[in-house]
Design a protein around this ligand. Structure first.
Ligand SMILES: Cc1cc2nc3c(=O)[nH]c(=O)nc-3n(C[C@H](O)[C@H](O)[C@H](O)COP(=O)(O)OP(=O)(O)OC[C@H]3O[C@@H](n4cnc5c(N)ncnc54)[C@H](O)[C@@H]3O)c2cc1C
Length: 384
């Protein structure tokens, strides 16, 4: 069998490459290998994408998206990853965006979607609480309707980037008497609202990404409720299904691959380049093969997009398991390639592989832990 590139897709790839060559500012390229790009860089890059009409590759075209096919989106990700562009705001683009496109009223969409497309408003996700992580439906943060407002009281935890976000999408309990899934609502809250306190949680990587967020008599306009009151769990299931599929983070794995290759040819031991040592070359070949397998799973899962069936859901979980396991092992290997210098964490650098390796320990926890994903696969695929 002979594989030939599709000429139309190859032409698309060239268009993306030309755009990146001409429009990606030098100071924004290769800012960081993995973790989060600085907020200012993300905003500038998002504005450039918006100017090109490419602000939301995965949104439908009538919602300001590109209307690209799955293959085109994967090519776009590929090329951005190779060029080292800043990341887009995942919370806004991949989690909240589809929710707005599906469930928001026209007024809500008009208020929130354009600032996301232009890179003017950053979001964070207020789901987890102390005592409600894997068992999210046990959440206790309460929202009580008083006139045309909800009054929110409670606490969220592990809220990534709450200290940099303008808004938070929040799960709250609006009916304490109902069965636990049935009493939850989905609220959009401006982080500047009085009564919100953000406290940092410092990570093992030496960085501040995570936070606790406290709500004390926080007044939220009832107009910020997405969907009907107490219908938040259906929206959450819709959102989490998207979350499992993206956490494999193929662009990140490809950046790791680029860095792994670079280190293998630039680092030497005893005058021999690492790539010329058979055991190193062998491990790199295995990683490349595993990465290709994850890429094929991503293509398969993406082709099921919109399908909310059991198989699609299980594929999302399998992808999360494979992708995050590979992220962890590749990030350890990169530090090994650095030898003694890899052991020194440099928290000031945006390309600190030791910090990256430590941060990725969390990848098998966030977005649903590996144990929980295995449970989902066992149930959906094997009926266990
Ligand atoms: C770096 C990072 C970023 C995060 N960002 C966010 C964010 O932005 N917003 C947000 O809302 N949340 C965020 N989270 C929270 C994340 O979603 C939760 O940590 C995760 O869902 C696990 O919940 P938990 O920490 O309460 O652990 P628990 O649910 O208490 O789990 C503890 C242990 O028990 C295991 N376990 C639990 N239930 C089962 C089961 N049914 N079967 C088998 N084993 C089980 C788990 O796998 C785990 O090992 C983040 C977490 C991390 C680490």
């Amino acid at each position: 069998m002979e594989f030939r590139p599709d000429p139309e897709l190859e032409a698309f790839r060239q268009t993306v490459r030309t755009f990146l060559r001409e429009k990606l500012p030098v100071d924004l390229a290769h800012l960081s290998i993995g973790m989060f790009s600085p907020r200012e860089a993300m905003s500038r890059w998002q504005a450039i994408l918006h100017g090109q009409g490419w602000a939301a590759p995965s949104w439908p075209v009538d919602r300001g998206g590109t209307g690209w096919s799955v293959e085109q989106r994967l090519i776009f990700d590929d090329e951005c990853s190779a060029a080292g562009t800043p990341t887009q705001d995942t919370f806004a683009q991949k989690l909240l965006g589809p929710v707005l496109n599906h469930f928001a009223t026209p007024e809500q969409w008009q208020e929130h979607a354009p600032p996301i497309l232009k890179g003017e408003r950053k979001w964070c996700q207020g789901f987890s609480e102390p005592g409600a992580g894997s068992d999210l439906a046990s959440l206790r943060t309460k929202a009580e309707r008083r006139g045309d407002h909800y009054v929110v009281n409670g606490q969220k935890i592990w809220t990534t980037n709450a200290h940099r976000a303008d808004w938070i999408f929040l799960l709250v309990r609006t009916d304490p008497e109902a069965r636990k899934q049935a009493g939850i609502s989905f609220l959009l809250v401006d982080m500047k609202t009085p009564g919100i306190t953000v406290r940092p949680i410092w990570g093992i990587d030496g960085h501040h990404h995570l936070n606790e967020v406290f709500f004390d008599e926080v007044e939220v306009p009832a107009a910020n409720l997405i969907g009907a009151e107490n219908m938040g769990w259906s929206i959450t299931k819709f959102l989490l299904n998207n979350e499992h599929a993206y956490t494999a983070d193929l662009p990140l794995l490809k950046r790791y691959r680029g860095e792994m290759r670079r280190l293998a040819v630039t680092q030497s031991v005893g005058g021999t380049r690492l790539i010329d040592r058979p055991e190193v070359a062998h491990r790199i070949a295995l990683f490349e093969t595993e990465l290709r397998a994850v890429e094929m799973m991503v293509q398969r899962t993406a082709a099921l997009h919109g399908d909310q069936g059991h198989f699609a859901h299980a594929m999302g979980s399998m992808l999360k398991l494979r992708g995050t396991d590979l992220q962890q092992r590749m990030s350890v290997f990169m530090v090994e390639l650095l030898g003694d210098s890899g052991a020194v964490a440099d928290t000031q650098s945006t390309n600190d592989l030791a910090a990256e390796m430590f941060f990725r320990r969390a990848s098998t926890i966030y977005g649903g832990s590996s144990e929980v994903q295995r449970g989902i696969v066992a149930k959906l695929m094997f009926g266990l």
